[in-house]
Write a protein that binds this ligand. Structure first.
Ligand SMILES: Cc1cc2nc3c(=O)[nH]c(=O)nc-3n(C[C@H](O)[C@H](O)[C@H](O)COP(=O)(O)OP(=O)(O)OC[C@H]3O[C@@H](n4cnc5c(N)ncnc54)[C@H](O)[C@@H]3O)c2cc1C
Length: 399
């Protein structure tokens, strides 16, 4: 259960960045609601934003390095953390669906270099297809004459949407086949027919850009279909014959990435717990520190217990993903669900412990509470996580 030296070194290094660069800048970028380029540049300069960072984290066979680093970044600030991580959503899609050649071509273009930083985005969600991704309306039609795919549709809530250099778009190739008739396409920088729609003003993680992406006769070369045309046609043929397709493989990929989302929620919860513990020891009312009241001390005891339990679920799921253990009980979902709900609960309690001081913007706990709420919504809502766990443990197709 102990971290090794490499893991501790990584944790301390990322913590230093979170403490010295992210924390002091967090309030400003929350207020500005803009992509925090100076922070991304600083992260890229020291190697926290970029391909090498992700590759090194994934190289840890225990699976812990990535979640350790993400907990620290979100402890620094969840909005800035998401601004640094948005690109990895697109990268993960290329990693899981692309051929080795496609990975070699596109992934470096997602991050760019410290001198010329690039961003990526991953577009699945649509106005009428959120939790129900089988009902995507964005269409991809193949033009045999030009060997191009033509994309049409609107994506919504997309992190880095419209400002990314590389977009990975999930579209329906055969709508009758639902999620099994879908494929992922890289839309490279400079492609015509892709633009940003509405940019959303949000409750939390406001330093992370979220917008609609509109695709109007957006033509991409045939080689932008992730996995290649032969593999897609084989898959579609299998599905049409009524055989199993790779839908289950996609679910396994989602399960494997969920602990990374849980780790971020954990970082916010820990930040709020530490802050409110210090405050409770200092704040005097009725002639004693407020922590001397059981009503406050028990809150902190529960907060710490839930945080530690969430961390164990996150580490277990991340270790299972790295060591390719099957998620027979929805362990990936458990980690994201529990950590997300813990973050919401713990940050709310932290506000309560600070009283009026917790409700105003001069203290960060109100921001942490606003930031925490997204972790019960994106990357699969809490209800969808419960559905996955319930189906996994019961074998029943619960609706
Ligand atoms: C800040 C932010 C960033 C995002 N980034 C991205 C991104 O980069 N790329 C991307 O593709 N998407 C992104 N999303 C979209 C996100 O993944 C969706 O918002 C999420 O999947 C939920 O979809 P929805 O909002 O349409 O809610 P809906 O699916 O409409 O759900 C509404 C409510 O109904 C519940 N519900 C739905 N179906 C069921 C069911 N079967 N059983 C029980 N309850 C159910 C849900 O849990 C929820 O409570 C982002 C969203 C936000 C807010």
């Amino acid at each position: 259960m102990e971290l090794n030296e490499d893991q501790r070194t990584l944790q301390e290094w990322v913590h230093g960045f979170a403490q010295n660069v992210m924390r002091p800048a967090a309030h400003e970028w929350d207020e500005r609601e803009e992509t925090p380029w100076p922070i991304i540049e600083e992260a890229a300069a020291i190697g926290i934003y970029g391909l090498d960072f992700m590759a090194n984290a994934f190289a840890d066979k225990t699976g812990l390095s990535l979640v350790l680093a993400l907990e620290e970044l979100a402890w620094g600030d969840a909005g800035l953390c998401m601004a640094l991580l948005g690109t990895s959503l697109g990268v993960a899609a290329i990693m899981s669906n692309g051929t080795p050649e496609q990975q070699m071509e596109w992934i470096p273009q997602c991050y760019g270099t410290p001198e010329d930083i690039k961003l990526a985005a991953f577009g699945v969600s649509e106005p009428d297809a959120g939790s129900d991704v089988s009902s995507l309306r964005t269409r991809a039609i193949y033009d045999e004459v030009t060997d191009e795919w033509v994309l049409n549709g609107t994506k919504t809530w997309i992190t880095n949407g419209g400002i990314a250099n590389v977009h990975v778009i999930v579209a329906s190739v055969d709508p009758e086949l639902g999620s099994r008739g879908q494929a992922s396409f890289v839309v490279p920088e400079g492609t015509k027919g892709i633009r940003m729609g509405q940019k959303f003003k949000k409750m939390g993680i406001r330093a992370s850009h979220t917008a609609e992406v509109v695709l109007e006769d957006c033509r991409v070369p045939g080689r932008c279909l992730l996995g290649g045309k032969d593999k897609l046609e084989e898959k579609l043929a299998r599905v049409r014959e009524g055989k199993k397709a790779s839908g289950q493989a996609a679910m396994a990929t989602f399960e494997a990435t969920r602990p990374s989302v849980g780790a971020q929620a954990l970082g916010i919860a820990r930040a709020a717990y530490e802050y409110s513990l210090d405050y409770a020891k200092e704040r005097q009312q009725f002639g004693r520190a407020i922590i001397e009241n059981q009503g406050i001390a028990f809150k902190l005891a529960d907060m710490k217990m839930h945080i530690d339990a969430a961390r164990l679920l996150v580490w277990r799921a991340s270790w299972m993903a790295a060591t390719r253990k099957p998620f027979l009980n929805g362990e990936g979902s458990m980690s994201k669900l529990y950590a997300g709900e813990t973050a919401v609960k713990v940050t709310e309690e932290a506000i309560q412990i600070l009283g009026g001081y917790g409700y105003v913007r001069e203290n960060p706990v109100e921001r942490w509470h606003r930031d925490s709420k997204i972790y019960t919504i994106f990357e699969g809502t809490s209800e969808i996580q419960r559905l996955i766990i319930a189906r996994a443990i019961s074998g029943v197709h619960i609706r």
